[in-house]
Ligand binder design. Structure first.
Ligand code: ARG
Length: 478
């Protein structure tokens, strides 16, 4: 292999499997096969896993106490070296992958003793262990970021106070709701996203180490103890499954794809609300950009970027799902594809969640415009029908009567509550004295007084609940 490996000593220059081979691998094959540029990100997990494995080897007498300590010191030194490298993989080492690099570095420090570390272990259980540890850590961070996005939405809900907006079906005005109610809809979605991310985290928290290549290690390792030391919740129950399944990656990616879809909906709503046609919100300069040609433009780029991530996140899920399809037991090199997709998706999900929080914090409501819109467009037609129902008119009849009234009001260019009472009664003889009170915005909101409804007292209670829960989950920003 490459000669440019610095002071790695005679362990370097050879792949971990070179004994069986008479010829060097072709350059092009190496370009496809070497994974160090990607799996370098697992270096801290690889070293943690190796420390725990060294301790396990000591417990079964493969390493004596002195050897264990020298290996542990060597691994600690390597971890320190990786901090100098930062995120840049040491490509010049010529190592095939991160596991090879760590072993070479160890051997360069502790001599042939370093070559004992791989006793009873395979890169198959090693990489599965590393990736599971990485996934657990990254998902903890994503959950924290999702909570932060929820908090930003709660803050916006607080700022919105009693501001009402039209709600839509088919993007046609339907009924008025509090803007805070809109905010809390996304808080709920993000909460389910968080539950999915947490589920994916527990799916990852199963330790494969001790499965070796595929049939189980031949050393009498206490796998439960090893798993506990590494922070796993338990151990895998079947070695063939443990080295070859990546459904924990799929769980993380599907949770991430669904979250991307949810946030694309939030982005789309705000893009529409920020247009001059709607004018419900304005985006701050910090999260907008201009046009190189049209001086007047202020574009909601941050929201479009948020909306655009759904494709990339769904693509990562489809990528690994199809890679796993029809793979025979047990490990196959196809699985090396999992990391690029997972790393990219987790980076993008992080950006997405943090940018959501930032953009929501820079979203300013045009309260007058919102409230005015909530009073127009016949949003109170359902209230009118309900008023007639209260007077004893069957709902279907009331619906017909109010529909005819709306048609007349549209023709006359007025709102329903602006129609003269004699015209109202011409369509609906049972309309009573509370007609205009019942059609008011305040009455319309207050009547939705059920759990999950938009009545101001219900929304206030829901918002208070969320604020309490999100504080309890750990406050703070990013
Ligand atoms: N780079 C490999 C991967 O990501 C590590 C496992 C290699 N195992 C093997 N039998 N070649 O999957």
């Amino acid at each position: 292999m490459s000669a440019a490996h610095g002071d790695l000593g005679d362990a370097a220059d050879r792949a971990l499997w070179s004994g069986r081979f008479a010829e060097e691998p072709a350059e092009l094959f190496r370009a496809a096969n070497d994974s160090l540029p990607v799996d370098w990100r697992l270096v801290a997990q690889d070293i943690r896993g190796s420390r725990a494995w060294a301790a396990a080897l000591h417990s079964v007498g493969v390493l004596n106490a002195d050897e264990l300590n020298r290996i542990l010191d060597g691994l600690d030194e390597i971890l320190a070296v990786t901090r100098d490298h930062g995120v840049r993989p040491p490509i010049e080492s010529g190592a095939e992958d991160v596991h090879t690099w760590v072993e070479w570095e160890l051997t360069a420090r502790v001599g042939d003793l370093g070559k004992k570390l791989h006793t009873g272990r395979s890169r198959n259980d090693q990489v599965a262990t590393d990736l599971r540890l990485w996934t657990m850590e990254t998902l903890d961070d994503r959950v924290r970021e999702a909570r932060m996005a929820q908090r930003a939405l709660c803050e916006l809900a607080r700022r919105a106070g009693s501001t009402a907006v039209p709600s839509y079906t088919h993007l046609q005005r339907a009924q008025p709701v509090l803007f805070a109610h809109w905010c809390l809809a996304y808080v709920e979605m993000l909460d389910r996203d968080t539950a999915r991310l947490e589920h994916a985290r527990s799916a990852a928290a199963v330790c494969p180490l001790g499965s070796a290549a595929l049939a189980g290690t031949t050393y009498a390792i206490d796998r439960e103890r090893l798993a506990r030391e590494l922070g796993f919740d338990g151990v895998s129950g079947n070695s063939l499954d443990a080295v070859s399944d990546r459904d924990f990656v799929l769980d993380a990616l599907s949770a991430s794809a669904v979250c991307g879809v949810h946030l694309s909906r939030l982005a789309e709503d705000l893009i529409v609300y920020a247009s001059s046609e709607f004018g419900f919100v304005q985006l701050g300069d910090a999260v907008s950009s201009g046009s190189s040609l049209m001086p007047q433009k202020k574009n909601p780029d941050s929201l479009e970027l948020l909306r655009g991530k759904a494709g990339r996140l769904s693509g990562a899920f489809a990528n690994v799902l199809i890679t796993c399809k029809a793979l025979p037991l047990a490990y196959n090199k196809d699985l090396q594809e999992d990391k690029a997709a997972l790393f990219d998706a987790m980076d993008q999900l992080s950006l997405l969640l943090r940018l959501t929080a930032l953009t929501v914090r820079h979203t300013h409501l045009n309260e007058d415009r919102c409230n005015a819109a909530a009073r127009t467009g016949y949003l109170n037609a359902t209230e009118a029908a309900d008023h007639l129902v209260a007077a004893g008119v069957p709902f279907r009849t009331a619906h017909e009567q109010v529909g005819a009234m709306v048609r007349e009001a549209i023709g006359a260019g007025v709102e329903l509550h602006e129609l003269p009472m004699d015209r109202v009664r011409a369509h609906a003889p049972d309309a009573g004295p509370c007609w205009s009170d019942d059609l008011s915005l305040a009455a319309s909101l207050a009547r939705r007084d059920v759990v999950g409804g938009t009545a101001p007292k219900r929304v206030a209670a829901a918002l208070g609940d969320w604020e309490g829960r999100l504080v309890a989950d750990g406050g703070g920003g990013v």
